[in-house]
Design a protein around this ligand. Structure first.
Ligand SMILES: [Mg+2]
Length: 386
């Protein structure tokens, strides 16, 4: 079901005129800072339909003729369109407050089609706007709101807004406000975090107990505890350089040795990664990277094809790096490839053993980041299945 962002125009996408005049000439047109950059990211990265809802008091009257409005309005819409910000529909009310019509925000009679629960997920939708009427609109639609508090303060409120201000507290309208901000960056980050899909995976055996949560499209935030210090550091590299958020708690039989813990973390990480990818619609599928670290050079190539194949060409001459036996590096990635069901090729050269393995983990993360990118709505396979 589709989620919607009902976005106000004046004071939200473009700046209001300081003297409260209509924006009817190019000299009066200023975009809200960073709005184009972040709206474009929201449109491309998150799953929302954009709907514009704007009150244009007296549009078509002598004071605000249509021939002054449309050239500027179309100019705004075109600028947004060329930055890949597309509104599926634009609802403009032309009446005054005194007309008291239900088409005018916060009335919803222009928006009734969005209440069809078989098409739209109104509860997960938002109104984004700078006025209390926008907050009221959210309440009337049954969705949440994001309040852009640009230059709003009580002294500048219109009589209509003062009325709604009191309503706001009387009816506890503030409960509909999910975010108050004057920055579009905050709105982007709030919506991105809200849409983060987190998978949780538990794997308990007689040798290890592992719990992992993973968010594919995160911010590289991690919390890693395996009981093996250097291993924690390497898994952190995966999170930081792929931007996947990873929380990992592993309690293994370290009194025996490190083998089971490292192997089982590889299996668990591969499993949750495969589960998080789901049907793989929209992903790039292939990922590759070449990464230097001083004397070392690593290459990682992967294909999230649903078949496991692992090729490893990296020789280590020390028995251990930190507290990890070097033979376990091969084992970790082989375990990941088996459970993630991906082709994974790793090649690394260099003199310093620490640089070599760290560059492999970073390079692996960068290849994953590339392969999971979503730039379309297809499954990239002639079989129609990955
Ligand atoms: Mg506004």
């Amino acid at each position: 079901m589709k989620k919607i962002l009902f976005i106000d125009r004046d004071g939200t996408i473009i700046k209001e005129d300081p003297n409260n005049y209509q924006i009817d000439s190019i000299e009066k047109l200023f975009f809200y800072p960073r709005v184009i950059f972040f709206l474009s990211r929201i449109y491309e990265e998150l799953d929302y339909e954009f709907v514009m809802v704007t009150n244009q008091d007296g549009l078509g009257s002598v004071n605000f003729p249509e021939n002054k409005f449309w050239p500027i309005h179309n100019h705004i819409i075109n600028i947004l369109k060329y930055e890949n910000i597309i509104f599926s529909s634009i609802h403009i009310d032309k009446t005054y407050i005194k007309d008291n019509l239900s088409t005018r925000k916060p009335g919803i009679s222009m928006l009734l089609s969005y209440l069809d629960k078989s098409i739209y997920n109104i509860k997960e939708s938002f109104v984004i706007g700078d006025r209390l009427t926008d907050i009221m609109l959210a309440k009337n639609l049954g969705c949440k709101s994001i309040w852009i508090k640009g230059n709003n303060n009580f002294e500048n409120f219109t009589e209509e807004e003062k009325k709604y201000f009191y309503e706001l507290y009387k009816k506890k309208l503030y409960k509909t406000i999910s975010l108050k901000t004057n920055k579009w960056k905050d709105i982007y980050e709030y919506l991105k975090n809200k849409n983060k899909k987190i998978e949780i995976y538990k794997r308990n055996t007689l040798e290890t107990n592992i719990t992992i949560s993973l968010s594919l499209y995160g911010n590289g935030i991690n919390n890693i505890h395996t009981g093996i210090g250097f291993f924690d550091h390497l898994i952190e590299q995966i999170s930081i350089h792929s931007l996947m958020d990873i929380n990992l708690y592993a309690y293994g039989d370290l009194h025996v040795d490190e083998h089971h813990t490292i192997e089982d973390v590889g299996i668990a990480l591969g499993n949750i990664f495969r589960k998080s990818l789901g049907d793989k619609i929209g992903i790039e599928r292939y990922g590759f990277f070449i990464l230097p670290m001083d004397d070392s050079l690593s290459k990682v190539v992967l294909d999230l094809c649903g078949r496991d194949q692992f090729n490893w060409n990296a020789n280590f001459y020390r028995e251990k790096i930190g507290d990890i036996p070097t033979e376990m590096f091969y084992h970790f990635f082989k375990s990941f490839s088996s459970s993630a069901k991906c082709n994974l090729h790793i090649i690394s050269t260099g003199n310093n053993e620490h640089h070599k393995i760290e560059s492999i983990f970073k390079c692996f993360a960068k290849a994953i980041k590339m392969a999971i990118q979503k730039n379309h709505n297809y499954i990239l396979s002639s079989k129609g299945l990955l």
